[in-house]
Design a protein around this ligand. Structure first.
Ligand SMILES: Cc1cc2nc3c(=O)[nH]c(=O)nc-3n(C[C@H](O)[C@H](O)[C@H](O)COP(=O)(O)O)c2cc1C
Length: 209
């Protein structure tokens, strides 16, 4: 699809066709396309819990405002942002450094510099840690929605959920924030899609202080 068509045709679809599945191959393609999203220092502090199982989706729905799309959609992703993804010892951090050395982007002797640089940007307060996890994971989540649309699928992002309830139900460690849930599947064509929503104009977006 043309980029602008993907942007225009992606909608938060409220109704999914429960009879149409998403294959593992489709899901893998969407996730790996979205993984091309940029991140600070290429740290990629995102993870996903993939729910397909009916009972698990019902469990999630109970702590997510009873939103029917959670059980209607064939796939629901619990999107996770790793608040510790910039720290020495974190698997993502260590892999990022090792790959950067392998690619000749960094030298082994820059290890301590890298630890300190990442920490000075992202580790100085809990607020910065949260911002690090959420902004990068937000780029990834947006890319998931666009990749799904490009592959002919529909999606729905949700932050209508009880974060502590989801954390508890799915044993999610405290280091992860949960920026959103994302349902993926096919729009139920027997339902009516709401008209496109308003968007801010150029003049409303650009500001000066
Ligand atoms: C982070 C995020 C969280 C959202 N949470 C919910 C939600 O819990 N329930 C819901 O019905 N819609 C939710 N939405 C959908 C928005 O209402 C929708 O994206 C917006 O109105 C624009 O419509 P469109 O996506 O069809 O263009 C969410 C969207 C985003 C990006």
């Amino acid at each position: 699809m043309e980029f602008k068509d993907v942007m225009q045709q992606r909608r938060a679809v409220n109704f999914f066709d429960p009879t149409k599945d998403v294959t593992e191959a489709q899901l893998k393609e969407i996730i790996e396309t979205a993984a091309l999203a940029p991140s600070g220092f290429n740290l990629q502090p995102w993870n996903l819990i993939v729910l397909r199982d009916k009972a698990k989706k019902e469990m999630l729905r109970k702590v997510a405002w009873d939103q029917p799309k959670i059980t209607d959609a064939p796939v629901v992703l619990i999107v996770l942002g790793d608040r510790e993804g910039f720290k020495k010892g974190n698997a993502g951090f260590e892999k990022d450094f090792a790959e950067s050395v392998k690619a000749g982007i960094m030298k082994q002797e820059q290890y301590d510099w890298f630890i300190n640089a990442a920490n000075s940007l992202y580790g100085v307060s809990p607020e910065r840690q949260l911002a690090f996890a959420c902004k990068n994971t937000g780029f990834f989540a947006m890319s998931l929605m666009l990749a799904a649309k490009d592959a002919g699928l529909d999606s729905h992002p949700m932050d209508g959920f009880d974060i502590d309830g989801v954390r508890k139900a799915f044993n999610i460690p405290d280091q992860y924030w949960i920026p959103l849930l994302l349902a993926i599947g096919y729009f139920d064509k027997t339902k009516t899609l709401l008209p496109p929503k308003w968007r801010k104009s150029y003049n409303e977006i650009v500001v000066n202080f």
